[in-house]
Design a protein around this ligand. Structure first.
Ligand code: GTQ
Ligand code: FE2
Length: 370
């Protein structure tokens, strides 16, 4: 099939060229527009999904759609209205809520897109990542790096919902998606290995000691991702609280502090494609709006306030998920202490020399939320 044909109605010779170009699957750049835009034009739009709705709809999916052996994950993907029905939250990031009912299991598999979970509430599910048992509790960050085997188990009596982020749209655009189903998980209630799930995974016992301590003898060669696979909430919370107490540290004067989750062996981002941070804003904090290349997803863990995206304010509550497309100005207003988990594709932009950030002059008037 020939490509798009351009018209030159007043010039038969040029029109003939355009027809022949189309026949040969060629397009004249001088007739094309919208390619080299002065600044990024994101197709994804700024968006907020309400936690209240995500919880309700996840629960209904839990009632109606069983997760069986060999079945799929019970996942509701965030579909950005700007992306023509694609199940993607932004151009590069998949975001979703995953619901696992009492005594349910999501079967083992692996894929080249990297994934992470941030637990919004509840406790008790554990995830097996390449054989390591990772306990999941509210506020924890759990990594399932590219091509690692993973499966989820809920041995308890209560359901659990968490936030998933994957670099799937990016890996899909790079045409590098591979997937492999695993052997079926152990049937029935957890026994043997699983009931003996340690409070701390092997990765935490080796690399999560904190206080600048690493094993003197490294068993595994360093790889593209962090060897620490679970970042516990109590440690994230303590790091944030401490930043507000030190004169000169970022939270002390500005009432905003944030920590970055990093590979403890080298200080790099936890995975090559995704940057994870936890932000704490206190009331009275004002930050100038910023815009950045690349996209971000934010999950509201605690508190209340507003996030202003491209001049439009969205009130936010725990469990809300927010998409910030590339080059969209963003600022946050806390009405009470506010904890936001964020994941972005910044490491990719940085590695390619494409990362930019600038202060955005806020529009004089904030337009009302839709
Ligand atoms: O939990 O393994 O949201 O494979 C999307 C794909 C979660 C998972 C998602 C997945 C998973
Ligand atoms: Fe997966």
């Amino acid at each position: 099939m020939a490509t798009r044909q351009f018209d030159a109605p007043d010039d038969p010779a040029l029109n003939g060229l355009y027809r022949d170009l189309a026949e040969s699957d060629l397009q004249p750049l001088w007739e094309l527009s919208g390619l080299l835009t002065p600044t990024p034009r994101a197709r994804a739009v700024p968006y907020r999904w309400r936690g209240k709705e995500l919880r309700e709809l996840g629960g209904r999916a839990g009632d109606l759609v069983p997760v069986d052996r060999g079945g799929d994950r019970r996942v509701l993907s965030l579909s950005n209205p700007g992306l023509d029905g694609a199940p993607y939250a932004t151009a590069t990031l998949w975001g979703a809520v995953q619901y696992l009912g009492p005594r349910e299991t999501a079967p083992a598999h692996r894929h080249t897109p990297a994934a992470l979970r941030f637990v919004l509430e509840g406790e008790g599910v554990w995830t097996l990542v390449d054989g390591d048992h990772l306990h999941m509790a509210a506020g924890d960050l759990i990594l399932t790096p590219s091509w690692t085997w993973h499966e989820h188990h809920n041995p308890g009596d209560t359901s659990m919902t968490w936030f998933d982020a994957l670099d799937l749209p990016l890996v899909e655009a790079l045409e590098a998606v591979f997937f492999e189903p695993g052997p079926p998980p152990e049937p029935g209630p957890p026994s043997a290995a699983s009931s003996g799930t340690p409070a701390r995974s092997a990765s935490e016992r080796c690399f999560g000691a904190g206080a600048g301590l690493l094993p003197g003898e490294r068993t595994a060669a360093s790889s593209a991702h962090s060897p620490l696979l679970r970042y516990r909430w109590d440690e994230t919370d303590r790091a944030l609280r401490n930043l507000f107490t030190v004169p000169g540290a970022e939270g002390f004067a500005t009432r905003h502090a944030h920590v970055r989750f990093v590979d403890p062996t080298n200080g790099r981002d936890v995975m090559p494609t995704m940057r994870c941070e936890m932000h704490r804003y206190l009331p009275g904090h004002t930050a100038p709006a910023v815009r950045r290349t690349g996209s971000t997803l934010a999950a509201v863990f605690y508190g209340a306030g507003r996030v202003v995206l491209g001049g439009t304010p969205y009130d936010i509550a725990p469990g809300d998920l927010i998409a910030v497309p590339s080059w969209t100005s963003v600022t946050v207003l806390a009405e009470e202490p506010l904890d936001l988990f964020t994941v972005s594709d910044a490491p990719v932009l940085e590695a390619l020399g494409l990362y930019r950030e600038e202060a955005a002059t806020d529009p004089a008037e904030i337009t009302p939320a839709p």
